[in-house]
Design a protein around this ligand. Structure first.
Ligand SMILES: Nc1ncnc2c1ncn2[C@@H]1O[C@H](COP(=O)(O)OP(=O)(O)OP(=O)(O)O)[C@@H](O)[C@H]1O
Ligand SMILES: [Mg+2]
Length: 243
């Protein structure tokens, strides 16, 4: 994994002509280490919708989001991505401790999609960077060396990098795990803003606050979707059993 996990190029053509789905998995299977970690997964993800992906440890949540991000090819089945750009914030981003970059640099890397590495980004990109810094309360850390941040501070900076991408499909894996209440609330707010501007957000989470805010909650167990509440054409169901 590089220092800019948010950079994932879309693998499919231009967006659909209408407000149709942002991404879809069709009969996806992933075989790893001698067994199927995902099986018969069919999932259609709409724009302007926050989907929480939940389920026990080892259920296949990270694998599913990696398939959506295009960083893990499925063994069988297919992905269809209509989003023009995709941002992926993985569960554990491996960032070298000695990397000589500031927090502001790391967030700015999120906007490189429009220019290429180390090129000056345009006004729109700069404003996305500043907005992401603000919504995640990173102003006070802006000039700090990324290597000196705590785990929770890094998490916020890497999510800000994902936001700065300005993608219309945002994939985040356990962004609030290990964060204190205040910082977890910043992340929930940031995600809600993305959804309000039409972004399709998929958020792997065990966090009851994230699940409570989600438009849709999909639960995986042993590589299969076992519950899907509040999907595009469904009434929201009870969520207390979905953590
Ligand atoms: N490279 C790999 N080789 C073999 N098995 C793997 C590999 N990557 C993941 N797995 C297995 O696939 C299963 C699903 O892993 P995954 O990371 O998707 O789970 P998860 O639902 O995200 O769990 P957690 O809540 O702990 O993050 C696990 O049993 C894991 O051990
Ligand atoms: Mg995981």
């Amino acid at each position: 994994m590089t220092t800019s996990p948010a950079h994932v190029e879309p693998r499919h053509g231009p967006p659909g002509p209408d407000g149709a789905y942002a991404a879809r998995l069709v009969d996806v299977r992933v075989h790893l280490g001698g067994h199927d970690v995902l099986r018969q997964v069919d999932l259609t993800l709409d724009r302007a919708c926050l989907t929480a992906l939940t389920g026990p440890n080892g259920a296949g949540k990270s694998t599913l989001i990696e398939v959506l991000a295009g960083v893990r090819p499925p063994t069988a089945g297919r992905t269809e991505v209509r989003a023009r750009s995709v941002a992926f914030v993985p569960q554990r981003a491996a960032v070298p401790d000695r990397l000589p970059v500031t927090v502001h640099d790391v967030v700015t890397m999120g906007a490189w999609g429009e220019t290429g590495p180390w090129r000056r980004i345009g006004r729109e990109g700069r404003s996305r960077v500043e907005e992401a810094m603000e919504v995640l309360d990173l102003g006070p850390l802006s000039r700090r060396s990324f290597a000196t941040l705590s785990g929770g501070e890094r998490q916020r900076a890497l999510l800000a990098q994902g936001l700065a991408r300005g993608a219309d499909l945002l994939l985040v894996d356990e962004p609030t795990t290990g964060l204190d209440t205040r910082n977890a609330a910043h992340i929930c707010e940031a995600v809600a803003r993305e959804v309000a501007r039409g972004v399709c957000v998929v958020c792997v989470s065990h966090d009851p606050d994230v699940i409570a805010r989600a438009d849709r909650v999909v639960r995986l167990e042993e590589g299969r979707v076992v519950a899907d509440h509040g999907g595009p054409h469904l009434e929201c169901g009870p969520r207390s059993d979905l953590r």
